[in-house]
Ligand binder design. Sequence first.
Ligand code: CP
Length: 306
Amino acid sequence: MKHLLTTKDLSRDEAELILDLTGQMAEAVSGREVPKLPTLRGRTVVNLFYEDSTRTRTSFETAAKRLSADVVNFSAKTSSVNKGESLKDTALTLQAMGPEAVVIRHPASGAPQRLTQWVDGAVLNAGDGTHAHPTQALLDAYTMRRRLGGIEGRTVAIVGDILHSRVARSNIWLLSKLGARVRLVGPPTLLPTDIDAWPVEVSYDLDASLRDADAVMMLRVQRERMNDAFFPTANEYARLYGLDERRLALMPEHAVVMHPGPMNRGMEIAARVADSPRATITEQVANGVWVRMAVLYLLLTNGETR
Ligand code: CP
């Protein structure tokens, strides 16, 4: 594995290797007085972010630092991108500094794939357009594994704005590969037209979909990607597709509530549900650091410790 661009490209064995390694990273670092490993000492990781991020950028930075790598943070908003510099010229400039890995978030689907042509190091996709967000799906899978004891045979409902969601796409491919039954739930206007080609079942009825779900993944309504009216009002959306306490009570007792963040509290998820012990939201963020340590380690060392 040279790059991490999508979960669709991962084999089941590769995905399971990353999840196993994630657990080992958590174990290796937790309880240490200084929570760091020397594994990537002397290596440089560039974070190249063309879109806003709180969780993913800080998580990749923390992960790289916990592996003792040097980290360069590049934000398009404060760079020569504002003077019109292209992605290619930006990439060639960064390449001249010789990073071993570039983590990229970009609004255009396919930008990380293009980047692989211009840099020598590993490229890690931190979210590209509506296409893919592989480390988010891996941290979601790791969280489910820990909370539910496994993924094979579990039913996962992914709810809401599927159309604009790279998180949904990456989870669909990963979870189905790992043996889960994936159910998409949302208004017809927010479901893609090519859904028939995906390994999923589809429902428009959230109440019915929750009764046998082991996990429900609520998606943020991505207003910034909407240039059309996809539903009448926010209140109407919350009434039909928001997860509130009444709906939470329909789920099996062991079932967990997930959200990749950032959340629209009161819209796709009620504040009391987001803050309930059934929700794994902050646990997902914590697990994200272990997952990103695992993928940086695998891509930069080929699995061999130095
Ligand atoms: N889940 C996620 O990608 O969050 P950020 O946009 O804050 O990175």
